[in-house]
Each structure stands twice: as C-alpha cells, then as structure tokens.
Design a protein around this ligand. Structure first.
Ligand code: ZN
Length: 383
C-alpha cells in the first residue's frame, strides 16, 4: 500500500508543477488552450486533494454534536471546489469563443509547444507508472487514476496539435482546442457538484440498499423488512433499517437480530453507522365480530352479540353484548368484556372516538370492514 500512496504523491507533485508551468506559459504566449490545459491539471490536483481531505475527515469519529459522523464536510468541500471548477471552465470557454468571434490570432511560440509536449510526455509516464503500481498493489483506484492520466495526455497532445495548426496558419485551432478542453473540465466539475449535492441531500444509494435488504431478509426471525435506506459518500455510509418481528419473538432473539444487522459493518468497510428500528407486530389470535341474533354482521357496538373466533384453533362461539344499550361508559364496558374474552381485534364498520381509545388501551386492534365478505381478508391483512 505504501507504494500506492507514493505513486499518488508523485502524481500530485507532477500535476502541481504542470499547472504552474502551463498556466504561466499559456498566459505568456496568449494560448487559451494551454491555459485550459493548466486548469485541467489544477482540477486533477484539487480532485486528489479532495480524496485526501475526505479520508482525513472520514477518520474523525462521530462525537456528541455530530453523532452521524463528519463525512458531509467532504461534500461541502466538493461543493466549493465544484463551483470553482464550473466557473473557471465557463470563463475559459467564454474567452475561447470570444477569441474565435473576434478573430484573435495567437502567435506561435516554440517554448509553449515545448511545455505542452513535455506535459503530454509527463502525463503518459504518470499513466504507465500509476497503472503498473496499481496492478502490483491491487489498487483499483490507482489504476483508475492511471487511466485518467491518459486522458490528460490526450488533452496536452490536443494543445500540441493546436499549436502545429497555428504554425501553419490555422489561427482558430488554439481556441477550438481550448473549447474542447474547457467542456471536458466543465463535465468534471459538474460531476463533482452532482456528487456533493447528492450526499448533502441524503440521496439514497439504491444499489447498496437493495443488497443490504436482501441480506437482512435472510435473517431468521424477521417477519418483514419495511425500510432500508443507505446514504452518505462512497467512503462513509449510514444505513437505516426498519423491520418487523412477530410478538412471539423474544427480547433475546430481537437483540440477536439487531447485532446481526449491526454486524454488516464488518462486511462493508464503507458503512460507518447502522440504525436498526424494530417494530413488533401483534398477531391476531382472537377476533370479535358484532352480530345480531341471526348471526348477521352489524358492524358497530350496538350489536346484541359478538361472534368470537379463535384463529388458532378455528373454534368460534357467540357471547352476549350486555352493554349494547348502555347509556354511560359503553366503550369502556365493552372493551372490558372483550378483554375478558381475550379478544385481540374487533371488526367494525364504524366506531366512536371514545370506544376506539378504550379498545386500544386494552390492546384490541380495530379493523374497519364495510362488508364481511370473508374473514380471510381481515386475517391476511394483519401485520
Ligand atoms: Zn485530468
């Protein structure tokens, strides 16, 4: 890994030197293309600096006032750098277009050609060096950087090509090359900006969310995974998981499930925090249906009878609703009656606020059903 870090450092130093050399020469020779190429090198340096700052910031552990970590500081830096890149590349673009329109003819300078050529050679050397070290140290990011350096080579070569055309009298070539390079940088700036905004807006990483959901769905004891959201930078991610377990699952098993979910941190190095939220679903075991003397569905608490169905055993029986016409505390008395009969849920068409609260306080669920076509509907809808 040391060699990979060294390669990264050499690349940054080389790009700093190239930025200064090309910027200075570009201004001196009046070549917009060389100035644009200098900006390209500067953007690469800033990109490397952002990666370095990001690693430093991500290492800072969460504290009391930042319990979710400090990773968004990196995105704030990206936002700033992205804006600078977009504005400078736009100004170069405007200048190059202006040069074309007003027919500003750049002079051909040998030293400018030499600097651009040197830049192409250095970039190609950097590309080869980074790719070979990347392969040796199995660093995919270094290989990607090496491939990027190859586009830097092409960028500098296009400046060289522009100079040659200028030499042969095609004065517009320098501006055209500058336009092409500034559009390239504009795209890079746009990408950095988008990345920063996505993190700051807590955009969900759908791919990783789906992968984590699949893993969690496989954990024994979980009835349903209700919500999985992964957000953060590519290096520091926060995972929020909401899941439901049945009320039969004991506290010990719930703790076990939670530690299994939190254990995902070991398999994904980019995950810095996992927030599990557990919901315990009560299963309906005994249901009450308000009916009349003929067993027809009445749908409210004025019914003379309740049909009680025990879902586990499949048994059902009828009890009398002694309070069907109670003037006071009707909801309370009926809730009490149903609770005595160990009812978990009641099916009604309509119910008053007071009765609803009395039933809920006794842990009796209320299922609003207009027509009792099939009990299966109610049972399967439970969760
Ligand atoms: Zn580049």
């Amino acid at each position: 890994m040391d060699e990979a870090i060294k390669a990264g450092k050499i690349s940054v130093i080389a790009n700093v030197i190239l930025t200064i050399a090309k910027g200075f020469t570009g201004i001196l020779a009046g070549s917009t293309a060389l100035i644009a190429d200098a900006l390209h090198s500067l953007v690469d340096v800033l990109g490397s600096a952002l990666v370095w700052i990001g690693i430093k910031i991500a290492q800072k552990p969460p504290d009391e006032s930042h319990p979710y970590g400090h990773f968004k500081a990196e995105s704030l830096a990206e936002l700033g750098v992205g804006l600078i890149i977009v504005f400078t590349s736009l100004s170069i673009l405007i200048e190059a277009v202006n040069n074309l329109i007003t027919a500003v003819k750049p002079s051909f300078e040998f030293y400018a050609l030499a600097v651009a050529l040197a830049s192409a050679v250095v970039n190609e050397a950097l590309a080869r060096y980074k790719i070979s070290v990347g392969i040796k140290t199995k660093s995919s990011s270094l290989i990607a950087e090496g491939k990027h350096s190859r586009t830097d080579t092409i960028s500098s070569l296009s400046v060289v090509f522009g100079f040659i055309l200028v030499y042969f009298g095609y004065w517009w070539a320098d501006a055209v090359v500058a336009i092409a390079i500034s559009i390239l940088i504009l795209q890079m700036g746009g990408k950095i900006l988008k990345n920063a905004i996505d993190v700051l807006m807590d955009k969900v990483d759908e791919e990783l969310s789906l992968r984590i959901r699949k893993i969690i769905e496989g954990i024994e004891g979980i009835k349903s995974v209700d919500f999985v959201a992964v957000r953060g930078t590519w290096r520091s991610k926060i995972v929020e998981v909401h899941f439901t377990v049945s009320s039969e699952v004991g506290a010990e098993q719930i703790n076990e499930i939670i530690s299994k979910i939190e254990g995902l941190k070991d398999s994904f190095s980019e995950i810095v925090k996992i927030i599990p939220v557990v919901k315990i679903s009560k299963e309906i075991r005994r249901i009450a249906i308000p009916v009349d003397e003929n067993g027809n569905y009445v749908g409210d608490l004025n019914a003379r009878f309740f049909n009680i169905i025990d879902l586990k055993s499949g048994r059902s029986w009828k009890i009398q609703n002694d309070f069907w016409n109670a003037q006071k505390m009707k909801g309370y008395l009926i809730a009490e009656l149903l609770s005595r009969n160990k009812v978990d849920a009641i099916v009604v068409r309509r119910i008053g606020e007071g009765a609803k609260n009395h039933l809920k306080s006794r842990g009796i669920m209320i299922k609003l059903v207009d027509n009792l076509s099939s009990l299966d509907d109610i049972i399967t809808k439970q969760n």
